[in-house]
Write a protein that binds this ligand. Structure first.
Ligand code: PMP
Length: 336
């Protein structure tokens, strides 16, 4: 269930009109056809698997609408261009949108999550991407729940990662590639600190990190963008800090902040501004919007210092999140 709505996430089988056997859901789109999950497979020679060579997107469905569909398509096709996958030559933007709608319908999704995966395609065991003539296209429409409902109410605890972001000159974090190991290894720091602390309550677990760039500036989380609130004003790192330009981040900046009459600035900052913040929150398609109540520094995976940011969710985060909920539960969920 999404945090943003109590509507049923999946339509009952009787309400779907696809002619597909609902008991075999979820149906997955794999290279041209919709197949039940057990039959959804790609070649072991696909460079997406062999080398993490590909691009992906995570997209929300609210009230049957594909939230910010056009922006996700812009990012998907742009990222493919950046790694020299000519996606439009094989699948047009409209076809890509139709694939998503077919998956939503086949699985009766009303509120859920779409994962689009574009792989380099099948090639040889060498690295050469030009020996992979046709990109692979996978679309999964399902549910997602990253954090517990209590975490949304109380705010979550996050860990400062020692591992920096891959520098832009090596692999630009603005490109949403299938190679997420930099982020995964950073996330493991938080999970390992949690394990060492012996935390078992799911709502107290640390599942997200604050990652810095190699200049020591705050960049983002392993799968979320970061925002700091100080004296009623919001600050978020600019895209050249080495971040993914999140679509939720843009929604916060362009829609929610003006609607809530909150000023927002993009600029570089360091950890001290996080520790001295009135509020900190994270955004992402899967996470939506979530407050950070505690930031933990570690040394060799042992807790070194705990910074309390706020007692629970702060007032500005609350206001913005309420506005978010209002938009995504309305009859006018934006697909632009
Ligand atoms: N940063 C990273 C590294 C991400 O993977 C994501 C997406 N999960 C985000 C930020 C948030 O982007 P969006 O709002 O477009 O989901």
């Amino acid at each position: 269930m999404t945090q943003m709505t109590s509507e049923p996430s999946v339509q009952p089988a009787a309400e779907t009109k696809t002619g597909l056997d609902a008991s075999r859901r979820p149906y997955i789109w794999v290279n041209g056809s919709l197949v039940p999950k057990e039959e959804a497979a790609i070649s072991v020679f696909d460079h997406g698997l062999l080398y993490g060579d590909g691009i992906f997107e995570g997209i929300r469905v609210y009230n049957g609408k594909i939230f910010k569909c056009q922006q996700h398509m812009d990012r998907l096709y742009k990222c493919c261009d950046q790694i020299f996958i000519d996606l439009a030559k094989h699948v047009s933007r409209q076809e890509m949108i139709d694939i998503q709608r077919k998956c939503i319908q086949a699985n009766g999704i009303v509120n859920g999550y779409i994962r689009l995966v574009i792989t380099r395609g099948v090639g040889t065991l060498g690295l050469n991407p030009y020996l992979c003539p046709v990109p692979g296209v996978v679309c999964i429409a399902d549910k997602i729940s990253l954090y517990t409902p209590e975490m949304y109410e109380k705010g979550m605890r996050v860990v400062v990662a020692h591992r920096p972001k891959t520098p832009i000159a090596c692999l630009d974090p603005r490109v949403k590639t299938l190679n997420y190991l930099n982020n995964i290894m950073a996330k493991c720091e938080a999970i390992h600190v949690t394990q060492k602390m012996g935390i078992t309550d799911p709502s107290e677990q640390m599942l997200e990190v604050i990652m810095l760039n190699t200049e020591g500036k705050v960049a983002e989380g392993s799968g979320d963008n970061i925002f700091v609130v100080k004296d009623g004003k919001i600050i978020t790192p600019p895209s050249d800090a080495g971040i993914l330009e999140g679509i939720t981040r843009k929604f916060v900046k362009d829609v929610l902040c003006p609607a809530c009459d909150v000023e927002i600035e993009e600029r570089l900052f360091e950890l001290d501004e996080i520790y001295n913040a009135d509020e900190v929150f994270l955004t992402g398609t899967a996470a939506e919007m979530i407050a950070v109540r505690e930031v933990i520094e570690h040394e060799n995976l042992e807790v070194a210092k705990i910074h309390t940011i706020s007692e629970g969710e702060g007032p500005i985060t609350k206001k913005l999140r309420a506005m978010f909920t209002q938009v995504v539960t309305s009859d006018n969920v934006p697909e632009d």
